[in-house]
Design a binder for this molecule. Structure first.
Ligand SMILES: [Zn+2]
Length: 253
């Protein structure tokens, strides 16, 4: 009798846990910035060797990496998502991302690099040639990170449209590819920004750590920042799909 009671409570506990947490699962969209070869001096950088080990972890643990565009199409079609998906993104288009792209190529992983058209071919940023190379030879795609990396909620309507629409058109014309995803600089967005992004033909948009809960708004998908320290259980937690449930709006960048 006592055992039955314990078993009943146990089933209730597991069932409750499962019912409560399963709906909170979201596919992890991870974010990188610069990938230097030397010591990473800030939390926004991950060294190339550590990046390699993180990709190795993703492969060895059996995750399936899909592109942001493909993930957004799945969301739009409201398809049931397997629990082993991971999306990889990079912000700003730093020159050193080229080394990371080579590693992604080795693993045959897709990813999206969010570019600032005004920074392409500038010092420390990817060149047009670099971008053309990876678009033709790897599964890495490009997205918009706006024209000038502005904090969007503060812009007037005309500037807002320029940042969102022109950046898309410039990238599409220059590289002859479809640019259908956007990352908001400094994680900045509001209702007006999301409406404009939708109106300009993007299929989805990503924030930094901040975001609307779950996948309520496909134009404000939360991302998880990956740091140099992330490996083993830390990386596993970030890839679990439940990380955002416990981590709430930290400092923005
Ligand atoms: Zn940025």
């Amino acid at each position: 009798m006592r055992n039955t009671k314990i078993l009943f409570i146990f089933i209730l506990f597991i069932g409750g846990w499962w019912l409560f947490f399963t709906p909170l699962y979201t596919v992890p969209i991870i974010t990188y910035h610069a990938i230097p070869t030397n010591f990473a001096d800030t939390s926004f950088k991950v060294t190339l060797t550590r990046f390699y080990r993180q990709m190795e972890f993703i492969k060895n643990k059996g995750y399936k990496v899909i592109s942001l565009s493909d993930y957004c199409q799945l969301l739009r079609r409201k398809e049931k998502l397997p629990k082993n998906l991971v999306v990889i993104t990079f912000d700003d288009g730093y020159k050193d991302n080229l080394w990371a792209v080579n590693i992604l190529k080795q693993f045959n992983f897709p990813a999206t690099i969010f570019l600032i058209p005004n920074k392409i071919d500038k010092k420390n940023y990817l060149s047009s040639k670099d971008i053309e190379w990876f678009l033709n030879n790897t599964k890495v795609k490009i997205g918009s990170h706006t024209l000038t990396h502005s904090y969007l909620p503060q812009l007037d309507d005309a500037s807002l449209i320029r940042e969102i629409k022109d950046s898309k058109e410039i990238l599409e014309k220059k590289f002859r590819v479809n640019v259908d995803t956007i990352a908001y600089p400094l994680g900045g967005f509001d209702h007006r920004v999301l409406k404009t992004v939708e109106g300009c033909g993007y299929i989805c948009g990503v924030t930094t750590n901040r975001g609307l809960s779950k996948n309520d708004n496909i134009y404000a998908l939360k991302r998880i920042k990956i740091s140099e320290r992330d490996l083993g259980i830390r990386l596993w937690a970030k890839l679990s799909g439940f990380y955002s449930v416990f981590k709430r709006s930290p400092k923005q960048r």
